[in-house]
Design a protein around this ligand. Sequence first.
Ligand code: ZN
Length: 275
Amino acid sequence: MKYIKIIEEIEKLKREIKNFDIGKSVLGESIVCFHLGNTDGKQIVVEGGIHAREYISTLFILEAINNLKNFKLNGGIYFIPMMNPDGIRLVLDGVNFIKDEKLKSFLLLVNESEDFSQWKANINGVDLNVNYDVFWGQGAQNTKKLSKANFIGYYPNSEIENINFLKFVEQNKIDGSLSFHSKGEVIYYGFKMSGKRLKEERKIVKRLCELNGYLPIKTKNSTGGLSDYLSYYYKIPAFTIELGNDFLKHPISEKYLMDIYDKNKFVISTFLNCL
Ligand SMILES: [Zn+2]
């Protein structure tokens, strides 16, 4: 699959569904947000494609939009299918689309290979899901040097893709969030939570796991993530859902998309109804 296929699909949806850009990536690519349903009532945000090699989550969200667009929703859903367009293009098209020779050499140096299929970061070599300013740098797998994966950045909230997202949540009323990644068939919940809130969050995650058969896991040892940030500062239910069986290799081939979609097809609308 080439990057242009994803762009074509997004452009097609843009012609029929209300949308706006939450901002641009480092290389100036649009980070598109679609909205379905009503603007009154509960609102959730659904994100994918944060980690480049996990672009199956982008395809999953595009499939979800196509399926939910004619569905009567109780409230509204914001979908941001591709939070890291530059990284995803790097995985899908390789480094040769980069015309700037300096940037190209930088990427080859950081990646230590011409094969970019395992790239997880944005185009600056920062892992967007460990860069948020929430217990930043305290995760077990964090690295403090440039890398294709797990580099926390030079300071928290340093990356434009994350800054855009934080602006988006600041400007819109959001009651819950689902962040799609791959892989492992688990749902992470309950970041730094205890007591009544944890009990409430467990109730929702249990409901979602009944739908997709995934395993609920209380978040620990990971910090700086989007769900962590929303849980901690906005005090809203925010789950990270790892799509696809752990036996599959990164990046998960699109031939598994429909299997993954079938398992998860009721997760988004059910989550909205739980709030
Ligand atoms: Zn991920």
